[in-house]
Write a protein that binds this ligand. Sequence first.
Ligand SMILES: NC(=O)c1ccc[n+]([C@@H]2O[C@H](COP(=O)([O-])OP(=O)(O)OC[C@H]3O[C@@H](n4cnc5c(N)ncnc54)[C@H](OP(=O)(O)O)[C@@H]3O)[C@@H](O)[C@H]2O)c1
Length: 316
Amino acid sequence: MRAVIVESFGGAEVMRWGEIETPVPSPGEVLIRIRAAAVNPVDWKIREGNLARLFPCKFPLIPGWDAAGVIAALGEGVTGFSIGDRVWSFCRKPDIQWGTYAEYVVMTADAVAMMPASLDFAQASAIPLAGLTAWQSLFDVADIRPGQVVLIHAGAGGVGSLAVPLAKWAGATVVSTARAENHDYVRRLGADHVIDYTTRDFVAATRDLFPEGVDFAYGTVGGEVLARSYQVVKPGGILVSITDKTDRDEAERLGIRVKYLFVKPNGQQLRRLAALLDDGTLLPPLVEEMRLDQAAEALGRNRRGHGRGKIVLMVD
Ligand SMILES: NC(=O)c1ccc[n+]([C@@H]2O[C@H](COP(=O)([O-])OP(=O)(O)OC[C@H]3O[C@@H](n4cnc5c(N)ncnc54)[C@H](OP(=O)(O)O)[C@@H]3O)[C@@H](O)[C@H]2O)c1
C-alpha cells in the first residue's frame, strides 16, 4: 500500500511517500481501507520525538491516528461489521508505528464504529480523536451539568470545534476564546460569548462576564494560557488540561480541582457522537481537504497553530 513513512524523529525532511506492506488483521481486528485521515497536533509532536518518553515509537513509522473509510477485511472472531461498512476510528495503539496516513490500517474492532451516515469521509475523519477528547473531558472527567458556565479555549481549533457544541448540547453556557476572524465560526458552533484573546486578557474578560468564575475551564492551549486558567475557575470547579502538566498545589490553594486527560479510543462513545451528528444536534467542524501526499505541508500548517476546524488528508 502507499503511505507516508517516517524513518526517524525530525521535521518535514524525515517524511517520505512510499510503498509498504499492507497490514493483515489479527483476531479481533478489522482492516480499514482509509478514505480520509485527519491531521492532529499529536502527529507532528510524535514525528519530532516530543512524545517519545510517553509513547514507545518504532520505525519505520506511519503517522496519524484518525481515520474514516470502509471495512476491507475482518480478523478472526470479529462480529458486527461487514466488508464495505463505512466506519471511523481513533486508531491509537499501544506502540506508535502503524498509523492512518496510509491506504489501510488495522485496528481492534471495539475501537471502530459505523461513521455518521450524514457525513462524508472528510468530515467524519476530522472527528474521532478531537471528538473523543472533548467527550471524555466534558463528561467523563468534568461531568458538566445544565446551567453550568464553561470556558473553552481555542473554540476554532480541532478539539474546541467539538467541545463548544458538545458543551452547548449538555446545557452549559459557553464562553470561548478565538481570534476575531474566527468569532463567527465559534458562535455558529454554539458559543454564547467569544473573547478575542489577542486584544483582551481572557481572565479579566471572563470575570467581567461571570464575576464568580466558571465551573469548568478547558486547557486546550498550554503554557501561559493554561497557567492563568486556574484564575477563572470558581471554588469547587474544575480545570481540565489536555496540554501541559497540571499544578495540584495551585489548585488546592484555590479550592478547585484539576485533571490532565489523555484521550483513549472508545467505539461506544464514537457511536454516541455519530447519533448526535446524524440527528443534527452536533455540527461537524469545518474541514479543509488536502491530498495524503501533502502530509508534510499539512503538518507544517497545523504546527503554526491558527487553523479553523481541521485539515484532512484525502486518500484516493
Ligand atoms: N491530551 C489529549 O488527549 C489531547 C487530545 C487532543 C489534542 N491535544 C492537544 O490539545 C491542543 C489543541 O489541539 P487541537 O487539535 O484543538 O489543535 P488545533 O486544531 O491546532 O488548534 C489550534 C487552535 O488554537 C487556537 N489558539 C492558538 N493560540 C491560542 C491562544 N493563545 N488562546 C486561544 N486560542 C488559541 C487557534 O485559534 P485562533 O486561530 O483563533 O488563534 C487555533 O484554532 C494541542 O496541543 C494538542 O496536542 C491533546
